[in-house]
Design a protein around this ligand. Structure first.
Ligand SMILES: *Cc1c(COP(=O)(O)O)cnc(C)c1O
Length: 379
């Protein structure tokens, strides 16, 4: 009996709803499967709940980043400052537009971009900074806003993992000039397929993104700009709209599991296992990440006790072959490199039972204790 890292029955409770929606939309007289009334209603529900000027649903979180950067005019010759540790879309979205990603090192504990490093990376060519919320912790957005304002650069908030997170009373996605969500299966509001959204406080930016997601179309078959195919699926829009009221309870379950872990793991700090910071402000609980001095040993220990865990990002982005040409010789990202060696994510999905959560916490504590004893003996 293994405890899976991801929820094993994501859509079981909504199965009939999903099947009914496929039938209903598939047989409706309108025969509209993309960007129809369901998408419009889903966008509206998100916009209202966030207090945003506009929300534009699109085909993925990655695509959402591309649409925002394109709408901001990012292109060849421009630089965009992104975290050195994170997922590929952070750099790919920039490279895809012909611009240059400039990597900023991270905070060694929270693993989000360090605002001082972001500021140091700004040059005359910088068009935007793009901090990302990571795992359980939101980036330091108040400082990022300040930096963007002082240096006259655009602020894109990669909030793909942080839907429902709140920092200082302000929802994730609304801190930047534009933020993004991802509805890919693994995210906290993941769905049965691909999807994403752009959230913006700027109605003009929203209009530009709206047009770009559908080939740059304004009125039907009139194109003032070149764009993309980044449309949103009507069945998924209706499905997400149905699931939206239940989302806060799922997040709360994740938060409680995370609170319990963090409390249980607090004493392990001296034993080489570091939990994320406690508290609920600026948290998102997409993934619960430990930092362990001997990460691979911890992973083996957990696997032997039937607990699946994941290593996210075994290399910093500038160390990846794909982005090596954007890693200037002599630059290093020591905190990103350290996170890549030490990070280990344990299950935090809302389907976990209390008994499973307790088993996981006990196993991590037992590992840290056993490790401490071995060290004592060898002293
Ligand atoms: C998942 C993710 C994305 C991309 O979202 P997709 O929907 O998978 O394209 C972008 N940024 C971050 C930080 C993510 O975790």
């Amino acid at each position: 009996m293994t405890i899976p890292f991801f929820a094993p029955d994501l859509f079981e409770s909504d199965r009939q709803v999903l099947l009914d929606l496929v039938h209903e939309i598939g047989t409706a007289p309108a025969q509209k499967f993309l960007l129809g009334e369901h998408t419009a209603r889903f966008e509206d529900a998100l916009r209202t709940s966030l207090g945003a000027a506009d929300v534009v649903a699109c085909s993925s979180g990655t695509s959402a980043l591309t649409l925002v950067l394109h709408a901001m005019g990012v292109g060849p010759g421009d630089e965009v400052v992104v975290p050195a540790y994170g997922c590929a879309p952070l750099a790919n979205s920039v490279v895809g537009l012909g611009a240059t990603p400039v990597f900023a090192d991270i905070d060694p504990w929270t693993m989000v971009a360090d605002p001082d490093r972001v500021e140091q990376a700004i040059t005359a060519r910088t068009r935007a900074i793009m901090p990302a919320h990571m795992f359980s912790v939101m980036a330091g957005m108040p400082r990022m806003r300040e930096i963007a304002r002082q240096h006259g650069v655009r602020l894109v908030e990669d909030s793909a993992v942080a839907q429902g997170g709140v920092l200082d009373g302000r929802p994730a996605g609304t801190w930047g000039e534009a933020g993004v969500f991802s509805f890919v299966q693994v995210k906290t509001f993941g769905t049965a397929g691909e999807g994403g959204a752009v959230i913006t406080m700027d109605p003009e930016l929203g209009q530009a993104v709206r047009s770009l997601r559908n080939h740059g179309q304004g009125e039907r078959f009139v194109y003032r700009r070149t764009g993309y195919n980044s449309r949103f699926d009507e069945v998924l829009a209706a499905f997400q709209l149905h699931r939206l009221p239940g989302f806060p309870a799922l997040l709360e379950r994740r938060a409680r599991i995370a609170d319990y872990y963090t409390e249980r793991f607090a004493p392990l700090r001296e034993q080489g296992v570091l939990a994320p910071p406690a508290g609920r402000n600026g948290r998102c609980y997409y993934v619960y990440s430990l930092l362990a001095d001997d990460r691979d040993a911890l992973q083996r220990y957990l696997a032997a006790r039937g607990i699946e865990s994941h290593v996210y990002y075994p290399q910093p982005l500038p160390h990846q072959a794909a982005f090596a040409r954007f890693a200037p010789a002599g630059r290093s990202w020591p905190h990103a490199a350290s996170a890549a060696r030490r990070q280990l994510a344990i299950p935090v999905h809302p389907c976990l039972t209390d008994a499973q959560v307790e088993h996981i916490a006990a196993a991590v504590r037992a590992y840290a204790g056993a490790r401490e004893n071995t060290k004592e003996r060898s002293r």
